[in-house]
Write a protein that binds this ligand. Structure first.
Ligand SMILES: NC(=O)c1ccc[n+]([C@@H]2O[C@H](COP(=O)([O-])OP(=O)(O)OC[C@H]3O[C@@H](n4cnc5c(N)ncnc54)[C@H](OP(=O)(O)O)[C@@H]3O)[C@@H](O)[C@H]2O)c1
Length: 262
């Protein structure tokens, strides 16, 4: 297989919503080779076709970040075909809204497994391919801001600059193991996105916030513009709000001082 020298961008969970819009925005900017990836091949190909009909030329590859085999196949393919990645946008994730019908235990497990453990597995596998000057953007939620974690002890632990990824994994495994107790006691688990935020900070990742249906105040295409702007900028290690403003990782709740919520 011939290796291309063009810039390469990979977007996870891109068959719909924000991920789809991110691929569209990158293609419109003529950003080299843009991979639309999706766990469901049929849905991914449909999205790919829709973009082709708009005159855009993304590439498609199946990728389910929850399955090692899928991760391995994708990473090997990219390595062989391109040798590296310039922009990785970790958009794939699960989000249970307040009215979700699934049992809380299931919601907690899925959120931890997909949004933390699967994401970490994927990042650890693909990170050797990240090129110098490359950028990883993690899409997350406003609920992941450290100010949203009720426990001061936990907040302190998570904002500790010396917290390693291995320690973070142990912390998260402990939470997964204890989740039934948490559920029984109806304690708030805090927001789970936060842990990979902290881990991300260590790897100099970015985060963006708060898309469409929760508050209904940001359209996917608006969110996509911010993500792409962040991905193509020179800054690193920032936590970026949905309006593009970098915010402190551990400070006052930006929903109040940016969004004006009371
Ligand atoms: N929408 C909001 O208000 C909001 C708020 C805060 C954070 N976020 C986060 O922002 C991101 C995008 O949001 P969105 O509203 O565009 O979400 P969405 O419409 O639900 O799209 C999520 C995408 O992730 C994919 N996905 C889920 N699990 C996956 C896995 N194991 N491997 C690969 N892909 C997987 C989904 O695939 P399928 O189509 O096959 O399910 C879908 O393509 C998500 O990470 C979400 O958690 C969203």
């Amino acid at each position: 297989m011939e290796m291309s020298r063009e810039k390469v961008a990979v977007v996870t969970g891109a068959n719909k919503g924000l991920g789809y819009e991110i691929v569209k925005a990158l293609c419109r900017k003529n950003y080299g080779v843009v991979y639309l990836t999706a766990r469901n091949e049929e849905k991914g190909r449909e999205a790919f076709k829709k973009l082709q009909e708009l005159g855009l030329k993304p590439k498609f590859h199946q990728l389910d970040i929850q399955y090692g085999k899928s991760i391995h196949t994708f990473v090997k393919y990219i390595e062989k075909k391109h040798g590296g990645v310039d922009v990785l946008i970790n958009n794939a994730g699960v989000l249970f809204l307040k009215d979700a019908q699934q049992p809380k235990v299931y919601q907690t497990d899925q959120t931890l497994i997909v949004n933390f453990f699967s994401l970490v597995d994927f990042c650890e596998t693909i990170s050797p391919l990240m090129r110098n000057g490359g950028c990883i953007v993690n899409v997350s939620s406003s609920s992941g801001h450290l100010s949203r974690i009720p426990s001061q002890r936990l907040r302190e632990r998570l904002k500790d600059e010396n917290l390693s990824l291995d320690e973070l994994k142990v912390l998260m495994q402990g939470i997964l193991a204890r989740r039934q107790t948490f559920e029984r006691r109806r304690r708030r688990v805090g927001n789970l996105h936060t842990w990979f935020r902290r881990w991300g900070q260590r790897l100099h990742l970015y985060y963006t916030e708060d898309w469409l249906h929760v508050e209904g105040n940001v359209l996917p295409e608006q969110g996509a513009d911010v993500v792409v702007q962040v991905a193509l900028s020179d800054s690193r290690g920032q936590y970026v709000w949905h309006n593009g403003t970098p915010v402190p990782w551990c400070g006052d709740d930006p929903r109040i001082w940016i969004d004006g919520k009371v």
